[in-house]
Design a protein around this ligand. Structure first.
Ligand code: SAH
Length: 261
């Protein structure tokens, strides 16, 4: 072998080693699948991050502008709305509208409430970690999820069975949420009394069983009025002696509370 041949052989071997290093160590084919996998998992959940943040900013501004006229939204509640994926609680066809500040249809003639109203009702109910909260009208399950994010124990009742089943499935991610099908007019006696009760359908008057199932010092948020006209959102507070005091908060529009006597 000549000196030139030996050198060519050496260069050749070096080229092979370099190629192997490139293929085995640096190959994008080996690195990228992980990156591609990460991209697939994260952004799916994140696709709505920007519209969700924009909605929360809008609610914060609205609350600031309302200062002095109505209840200010609790910043802790807004932080919860900033992380609960509302798009997962609406039908596929409504997903792209999920971060607009308005109610949306969820089937069976029912609606998921407007985000502002969810934030306001949650602020008024003031759930705290470990408290028991009863919700009447599970609907999509979104309001129950918001209450659960405040680390409260949530009991939620829905009268339309397919909605109740679908919501119960969505809410499985929260071990402290119990959901059942039934007539919420009568509350949920087995788990009473509650620190707070949130009624998300309009009653013609306050159901007495719900007042009974409220703890002394407890709060109930409930829209009351005719199902054809505007209703009034009421905050009912039970004092330490069990006497209920009612405050009118805001004109609202909810689907009717059915059931009852
Ligand atoms: N909280 C819901 C809003 C649902 S709209 C959400 O976050 O999506 C009100 C719901 O109340 C409807 O699904 C309706 O079927 C339910 N409802 C009406 N009357 C009821 C009753 N007596 N008991 C339980 N649920 C009732």
């Amino acid at each position: 072998m000549s000196g030139a041949d030996a050198r060519a052989g050496f260069l050749h071997r070096r080229a092979i080693v370099k190629a192997i290093v490139e293929v085995v160590v640096l190959s994008p084919a080996l690195v990228l699948p992980h990156a591609a996998f990460a991209r697939q998992v994260a952004p799916k959940a994140d696709r709505y991050a920007a519209p969700r943040a924009a909605l929360v900013a809008e609610l914060r501004d609205q609350s600031r502008n309302d200062a002095g006229t109505t209840t200010q939204l609790d910043p802790a509640v807004l932080a919860i709305l900033a992380r609960v994926p509302r798009h997962e609680y609406v039908p596929e066809s409504e997903r792209d509208n999920a971060y607009e500040n308005r109610p949306l249809g969820i089937g069976y003639g029912q609606t998921i409430s407007q985000p502002y109203i969810v934030a306001l009702m949650t602020t008024l109910a003031a759930p705290r970690a470990g408290q028991s909260i009863l919700e009447i009208g599970t609907g999509s399950g979104y309001q129950a999820a918001v209450l659960a994010e405040a680390r409260a124990k949530v009991y939620t009742v829905e009268i339309v069975e397919p909605l109740a089943k679908q919501a119960a499935q969505r809410l499985q991610r929260y071990p402290d949420v119990r959901a059942r099908t039934g007539d919420g007019y009568y509350g949920w006696k087995e788990h009473a009394p509650f620190d707070a009760i949130v009624v998300t359908a309009a009653a013609s008057s306050i159901p007495p069983p719900l007042v009974q199932q409220l703890k002394p010092g407890g709060r109930m948020v409930i829209p009351v009025g005719s199902s054809f006209f505007t209703q009034t959102l009421l905050l009912v507070q039970k004092d330490a002696n069990g006497r209920a005091r009612t405050r009118q908060v805001l004109p609202v529009r909810f689907v009717p509370l059915t059931g009852g006597p």
